[in-house]
Design a protein around this ligand. Structure first.
Ligand SMILES: [Fe+2]
Length: 282
């Protein structure tokens, strides 16, 4: 097994491992240590059936049920389709997942430790791969804040709601239904990573609607300031997809954004997604 770190503050690739086979405990420890350290791991050239992907995910913790049930795999409810493919006029999966910077499901009480995406079809146009996924390190962003700011925000708690402020920009009835199903939750503005102990900023413009005990205007201004800081290019890592990449990222350490630069029906994109092991942020 070879762990190849990216030149960025986050990201690595692991070669020489076949995830279709069960990993030994020693191999898994190496993978998990690399995952905690680099926050985004790509395993290139994997050939994974659904049960094999689920088995690998289970090594990291409980595999979560899909919140957006209408996009769940018909035979494997642990797997969600992320896809722009339409069948009979309907999206088969979540077509515009990640159009704003976010961390997955921060609007739940126990947001997932990790998200995995497995690339089954990727859009290519004139030889150029489309649909990059951008990441930014919320841990390095926290470390780079002035000490006074770190002190000022250390004990604040932000209110997260599904579709959050986006819902007000007219994303429709589906978001309204989700908001009924999933009431707002409160999480620390600065999370302590459960495995590394690093401090990570944990706010996003999309989901965060306020800060406990702070006037709304002041809270939204602070959320925006911190959210803009998290996505400063010095903390970035871009993943350019290749067919059969298994990519996983740490939802405490990083935020991500999808490049929606491809279009149905010229381009087809299909990913299997699994989320693992939610913990209550502290
Ligand atoms: Fe996401």
């Amino acid at each position: 097994m070879q762990i190849v770190p990216s030149p960025n503050v986050i990201g690595a690739k692991i070669q020489g491992v076949d995830l279709a086979q069960p990993l030994s405990d020693a191999q898994f420890q190496q993978v998990e240590a690399a995952f905690n350290k680099h926050a985004i791991i790509c395993f290139p050239k994997q050939r994974l059936s659904e049960p094999q992907m689920i088995s690998f995910a289970r090594r990291f913790g409980d595999v979560e049920k899909i919140f957006l049930k209408h996009y769940a795999h018909p035979h494997y409810p642990e797997i969600m389709y992320v896809s722009n493919i339409k069948e009979n006029g309907n999206d088969i999966g979540h077509a515009d997942a990640g159009r704003v910077w976010h961390t997955d499901m921060s609007y739940t009480a126990r947001p997932p430790r990790a998200t995995m995406l497995y690339a089954l079809e990727i859009p290519i146009d004139n030889g150029k791969v489309l649909g990059d996924t951008l990441f930014s390190s919320a841990a390095d962003a926290h470390d780079a804040l002035p000490f006074e700011t770190q002190m000022r925000i250390a004990n604040l708690r932000a209110i997260h709601q599904v579709a959050g402020r986006r819902a007000r920009t007219g994303t429709g009835q589906q978001d309204q239904a989700l908001r009924k199903e999933q009431p707002a939750v409160v999480h620390p503005v600065v999370r302590t990573h459960p495995h590394t102990g690093r401090k990570c900023l944990y706010v996003s413009k999309g989901e965060c609607e306020g800060i406990e005990g702070m006037p709304k205007d002041e809270a939204l201004a602070l959320i925006d300031e911190l959210a803009d800081h998290i996505i400063d290019p010095r903390f970035h890592h871009t993943h350019r997809w290749q067919l059969h990449d298994l990519l996983m990222w740490d939802n405490c350490t990083v935020q991500h954004l999808a490049s929606l630069d491809y279009q149905w029906p010229q381009h087809r994109r299909l990913m299997h997604r699994i989320t693992v092991d939610g913990t209550v942020p502290v």
